[in-house]
Write a protein that binds this ligand. Sequence first.
Ligand code: GLN
Ligand code: ZN
Length: 782
Amino acid sequence: MSSSKNHLYTHILGYPRIGSRRQLKFALESYWKGESSLHDLIQAAEEIKKEAWEKQQKAQISLLCSNDFSFYDHVLDTLCLVGAVPQRFKSHNGPISLDLLFTMARGMEKSRRGQDSSNIPHPMEMTKWFDTNYHYIVPEFEKDQHFSLSSSKPFEEFKQAKFLGFLTKPILLGPISFLFLGKKKDPSIKNAELIAKILPIYEEILKEFYSLGADWIELDEPILTLDISTEWQKAFYEVYTKLKVAVPSLKILLATYFGALKENREIVCSIPIDGLHYDCTRAGQELQGLLQNWDKNRVLSLGIIDGRNVWKNDFSQSLKIIHHALEFIPVERLWLAPSCSLLFVPVSLKEEKQLNGEIKSWLAFADEKIEELATIARLALEENYQNDEQYKENQRAIQQRKTSGLIRDQSVQQRLAALKEKDLSRKNPYRIRKEIQAKKLGLPLFPTTTIGSFPQTAEIRKMRSRFRLGHITEEQYDAFIQEEIKKVVRLQEEIGLDVLVHGEFERTDMVEYFGEKLKGFLITENGWVQSYGSRCVKPPIIYGDVSRQQPMTIKWSKFAQSLSSKPMKGMLTGPVTLLQWSFVRDDQPRKITAKQIALAIRDEVKDLEQNGLGVIQIDEPALREGLPLRKIDWNDYLEWAIESFRIASSCVEDSTQIHTHMCYSEFGDIIEAIAKLDADVISLEASRSGLELIDSFARFRYPNDIGLGVWDIHSPRIPTVNEILDTLKKALSVLPKEALWVNPDCGLKTRSYEEVIPSLRNMVEAAHLLRKEFEAAATVNS
Ligand code: GLN
Ligand code: ZN
């Protein structure tokens, strides 16, 4: 395979799987509900795949890819491929069916559970894929783990493409990254043992592909951009040498992405692979070193187009890099590609009908990126590319964006520059604030509260969509939301919670809601990307300097506070989370954008305080996941993340209580940074990783108040009073009683009232019992 005369060779590392109109989501959900057949689901998948191949073909991509599709998740597919189904799902014998795959990912469907729920295997854990917002299923490795080739999915997909006339490059998660990303369920399991056992399966897979007629296979080893131990580094030499010996004629393209190789560069230069894919968008600075050390008989694929963001590629920059690379690498062995799979960007700009035309001309989603790729590959070999129409058009858009009036806002930049040290701190230290707040709020020991949202019922979603479609007026919608707030305030009072919330009924999503209101943010109509399984998110696009145009939450929070004499929490999403869950500008450092957002939130915080909200929560669930992949970069990030939170939260009086909330992650290693946020109260997810978290509080004395989630809201189980008491007592072994709050571990948006009401009652009851115990002890002692 080589470049044809007039363009460089191109390929992609994966195309979005959800379909341009989220067909996969709807097909999966209807299948899960029993409303459609397996045949319908497979049919929908076939069409999505076919469309992806046709698009690549039409754009004249040189080498199409297969096995980038997945019904749920590619890591889950890989564990099925190598037969790593955990023991608890093993009652299902025989080959791994799609139903078994779904059960591993989601647990058993309610309808299939029957009465007895005691022996339902709990679903496999999922976690974020590197620093993306995509979640993968975490493989589990058990004692005496056995692997065997157990699925034909990648082969079927390859054959299907071949039948349609496309010779594809199958994409597989590489064996070492697969093992690295899994969790060992028993401490006696050795990495070396797993590596030795999985190797023959990969040999078998490669042999099968060779016999099916594959020329190239792509093995993804993104862990090469992480800090990995020498044990894992060594594994690369062993595994790739053996794979080459076992299947010498199948060419291996090793793919790395999301960062620089650093000390792992030596590995990719010396193991026997036929090509390397390299992420130039994230690791451009080390390209020179790679070019100088690259064996010219091997392919080097430059990931030149950003697969993680939505901006148009700057052809002049890309061509500069490519022309430089061509001084080192022969033209037939320099390939071009997006930096990583296009899974992380929406499918097509064609679906955006209402988008601001000017901003739209700066964007490229997956389909547009494929076209950019083909165009750059052609321009790269053209003598007078500067005169090319497509080149000129691209440069016009790039220039236009740089100078557009939409991007810059002097007043925001001046305000940021004028920030002083004192703007980043509360007036007095927590010790003093705590007393003032105690007097003002009059809360009992072990105060109870929730994280913000209450169930988003079908009725609420229906009313919102009717409002959006113009079927009901704003007054009607507002009246409806007010009614919902009234109900939920009454419910919380009746249950006996101490700090109330308004329920967040007016929000579809904690990021989109603010994205719609903030200047500098853009909401797309159809810019969906997969989060996990059938779950998709529509990240806003931050295109310019950010500011608040008018109050965003005051109306509802103020109304809610007017209904009760108990303290009501104002609810905001924090700057780091708004940044982390959006597509961000690539024309200024992330930290600047974060601080601009922080200023906008600061305005809202001040307004909430002035409107009588004595408690304000600023959620930062994404703080932990924003950590850079390499430890060496952590401090810089934490510094600006903390600063951003403090910009947003420090403007209030000592008497106003600032809360924050974080979830989805292990906090042990950043607990000190969390303390520096100086929130008066933090609520952390703890019910799943509870004990580990308690360990870290034993090591580090957290200075302010803290609520450890006592109810895992991600599971449909109702926690008993005793369980909750138990968790609280464990927490009290490392935290002072004056500091402990009682709350669920996340918002209740996805749960039903059937679960929420008894769970909250149990939670409040547990807090009462604990208070009584302490009161009794106090009387005895006095
Ligand atoms: N306040 C938000 C809610 O309750 C927090 C969500 C989150 O942490 N992801 O829904
Ligand atoms: Zn949460």
